[in-house]
Design a protein around this ligand. Structure first.
Ligand code: PRP
Length: 181
């Protein structure tokens, strides 16, 4: 049903599994001496990735979420990053690892990193499934990247078009005619 709307698959289910294993292992190694790091997911896009990644991190971590949006269902960023729901814990003195589905213009991550540092976080790093460096407006390099992708509008595995397709188990490109409907 959903697959008929997809032009092509960019990152397969198996590739996503392998990415989560690789990044989970790396994060476990890098954070093994850190006291209870916080894995902070930016809703809604982070959900499938954060869930699969967290299972590959073999450490005591806390899990938090913030609901942040700038695309508001469109295919281009409004540039206006809104916090719809804040996290529940104080970040002062804490080590934060932000989990993202994608870093594109960099506006979302830039806004949130500045906010967390302003609140006194000890360290802030980013793990993202997808990195789209060609989309960058604000220079930023995530510490942990699943895969670098070209400048195309992608969806699935958390990423939406008009709030739909988040439940695809892979990342793909939507057929042109779907946008025009
Ligand atoms: C998407 C995605 C990232 C952000 C990346 O969120 O989940 O948070 O855009 O884009 P940027 O680098 O250009 O800022 P969106 O605003 O679509 O909200 P959602 O996660 O609820 O879909």
């Amino acid at each position: 049903m959903l697959e008929k709307d997809i032009e092509r698959i960019l990152v397969t289910e198996q590739e996503i599994k392998d990415i989560c294993k690789r990044l989970g292992k790396q994060i476990t190694e890098d954070y093994k001496h850190v006291d209870k790091p916080i894995l902070l997911g930016l809703l809604k896009g982070c959900v499938p990735f954060m869930s699969d990644l967290a299972k590959e991190i073999d450490l005591k971590i806390e899990i938090e979420y913030m609901d942040v949006s700038s695309y508001h269902g469109n295919i281009t960023s409004s540039g206006d990053v809104k916090i719809r729901k804040d996290m529940n814990t104080s970040v002062a003195g804490r080590d934060i690892l932000i989990a993202e589905d994608i870093v594109d213009t960099g506006k979302t991550i830039d806004t949130i990193i500045k906010l967390l540092k302003h609140r006194g976080a000890k360290s802030v790093e980013v793990v993202t499934l997808l990195d789209k460096p060609e989309g960058r407006i604000i220079p930023f390099e995530p510490k942990y990247v699943g895969v670098t992708i070209p400048k195309a509008f992608v969806l699935g595995y958390g990423l939406d078009y008009d709030e739909l397709y988040r439940n695809l188990p892979y990342v793909g490109i939507l057929k042109q005619e779907i946008y025009k409907k």
